[in-house]
Design a protein around this ligand. Structure first.
Ligand code: GDP
Length: 423
């Protein structure tokens, strides 16, 4: 069985927490796109963990984790992440972590390129996480990237290096006037960080197909949300890969397998990191309060996130892009303590109210149309059954289901593993 767990909004919906919770029912958890620009926060009985590259399933004994061919992997960062988890007592070995030989390696010069470009853009910058993700995906499609499988044959790799380094220096030195890199440096880098990974690198597609035949349950874990998908998101304020569920089997190494189910993770209010249109955005005191209540600061970067109320227009579109069969609504507890709650139900553009998400370039001119719902004043973080929630919270969930034409299956009311309600 193949299930995708994906973000409906701008990312940071609490996917890490839901994957950690749901992974109890899965044998394998696979990440299928993106790199260490992701920041998944998981809190469980062993502590608080921030995962950038490793699938969240790594925290569960008995779950095998897979890093799929659609990923870009910064091997130095991975070494650090593995070391930190091991220090916390998490077991990581080639039998519970498999890395695709086809996954692309994020190079130190990709990170440098990312920083150089943000510097060049100065006040026009996009707000890149500066982890080299856009440059490495660009290299992949220019067919100038290195892949994890190449680490298994350093002699062959070292023969390919000089031409690529020469080409990359045209950009680093020629375009940005920065320090060039040398093939020797890069080879030393591959040896230092690549050697220890050799036993983890394999054909994950074969592994997953065999597991699938044996009836194993496989979860595909996305990074970021539909509104950040390179093709369907708010371009160019997107990530550099496809995070939508339809890409899951491809990015995981199993293009032959069909998804059995897609679970969409959707936050009970909105948050967004970086630049770009964010129609329902709150400002000033309203924003400060919501940001502080929700702890909306980037897990990977610490940046304060932009926040706003739940956005029906954007979420309905996100659900459509993801083909979500059911929804996990997260962080409902954060909305406690308000007499009234606003929800964005339309975008006003040139005197008309849009209820479907438009071509993203016009978002700059859209103004939010809010509807006010009744709030609730009590703490709901201890509720474990729908009947225990105040009626206003139940009505809020039902309103979202109706407006977004989706079925809410889980409601998360706290960061801890058991703080959720199954409907
Ligand atoms: P991700 O990248 O989608 O995993 O999102 P984040 O890293 O931003 O995780 C969301 C944050 O909210 C983390 O600190 C979680 O522990 C926390 N969290 C997740 N679900 C809930 C919830 O239902 N209630 C509360 N209060 N916190 C939550």
């Amino acid at each position: 069985m193949l299930t995708a767990i994906v973000g409906i909004n701008w990312g940071d919906e609490g996917k890490g927490r839901m994957v950690d919770l749901l992974s109890k029912d899965f044998d394998i958890v696979c990440r299928y796109q993106g790199g260490n620009n992701a920041g998944h926060t998981v809190i469980n009985e062993r502590g608080k963990f921030i995962l950038n590259l490793l699938p969240s399933g790594i925290l569960r004994e008995g779950v095998v984790c897979v890093m799929g061919p659609g990923m870009v992997i910064d091997i130095r960062h991975l070494a650090g992440e593995m070391a930190r988890l091991r220090e916390a007592g998490i077991r990581i070995s080639p039998d519970n972590l498999k890395i695709s030989d086809r996954a692309v390696i994020t190079m130190p010069y990709n990170v440098a390129q990312d920083c150089l470009e943000e510097e060049r853009l100065a006040d026009k910058k996009f707000g890149s996480t500066k982890r080299g993700i856009a440059p490495v995906y660009a290299d992949k499609y220019l067919k100038k990237a290195f892949r994890m499988g190449e680490l298994l044959d350093m002699a062959r790799l070292s023969r390919r290096l000089p031409d690529i380094v020469e080409w990359k220096n045209l950009t680093l030195e020629g375009a940005y006037g920065s320090k060039p890199v040398t093939a020797e440096e890069m080879l030393a880098y591959f040896q230092e960080y690549g050697e220890p990974l050799k036993d983890y690198i394999c054909d994950v597609g074969l592994f997953l197909n065999n597991a699938h035949k044996e009836g194993k349950k496989i979860m595909l874990e996305a990074q970021l949300g539909a509104l950040r998908d390179i093709d369907y998101g708010i371009y160019p304020y997107t990530s550099s890969s496809n995070n939508i569920a339809a890409y899951g089997p491809i990015g995981a190494g199993v293009p032959n397998l069909k998804l059995d189910k897609t679970i969409g993770i959707m936050k009970a209010y909105s948050s967004c990191v970086g630049e770009g249109p964010f129609t329902a955005e709150y400002f000033g005191e309203k924003a400060e309060k919501l940001r502080a209540a929700g702890g909306e600061y980037g897990a990977a970067t610490g940046r304060p996130r932009r926040v706003g109320p739940f956005d029906v227009v954007a979420s309905k579109y996100g659900i459509r892009c993801q083909g979500a069969d059911e929804i996990a609504l997260t962080k409902l507890d954060i909305l406690s303590g308000h007499e009234e709650l606003e929800v964005c139900v339309g975008y006003e553009l040139n005197g008309k109210v849009l209820t479907e998400f438009p071509f993203t370039d016009v978002l700059d001119d859209c103004k939010p149309v809010f509807k006010t719902l009744k709030g609730w004043n009590c703490d709901i973080s201890k509720c474990r059954r729908l009947e225990e929630l105040p009626q206003a919270a139940v009505d809020y969930i039902r309103f979202i289901e109706r407006e977004c034409e989706c079925k809410v299956r889980y409601v998360s009311v706290g960061a801890e593993r058991d703080a959720y309600i199954e409907l």
